[in-house]
Design a protein around this ligand. Structure first.
Ligand SMILES: [Zn+2]
Length: 125
């Protein structure tokens, strides 16, 4: 049995945690959840731990929302950019950072799955 999860698209979590939502350049929230917010550690990884704990589960599939790689102006992204010494006002930097965030999410999630249950298949779509 494969456990499947839609990443960054979770209207219930978005409503409950407006600070986890991506922001556009004007600071307006988007419905997509930001991968640099606590959403990953508070929702996705606990889900993964639970799913991997089911002996009937032989694979995890993460379907990453297309919007996950959109440039985001939330506080968490701003903090990451500042810490990395990057230009917060350069749209190209923001775009690259967003795509890097998706890549980092995939890498960290695969490593976390391997730690939770070695050999478990993990797929990203
Ligand atoms: Zn963000």
């Amino acid at each position: 049995m494969k456990a499947r999860c839609l990443v960054c698209h979770d209207p219930a979590q978005a409503e409950q945690h407006p600070d986890w939502q991506q922001r556009d350049v004007a600071g307006q929230p988007r419905r997509t959840l930001c991968l640099n917010s606590p959403y990953v550690a508070k929702v996705l990884w606990p889900w993964m731990t639970h799913a991997a704990g089911d002996p009937a589960c032989d694979a995890l599939e993460f379907e990453i929302s297309a919007e996950a790689g959109e440039p985001c102006w939330c506080d968490a992204c701003a903090l990451h950019l500042k810490e990395a010494g990057l230009d917060l006002n350069d749209p190209a930097v923001r775009k690259r950072f967003a795509l890097d965030s998706v890549a980092r999410f995939r890498k960290e999630t695969a490593a976390y799955a391997e730690a939770v249950r070695p050999g478990l298949k993990v797929r990203f779509t």
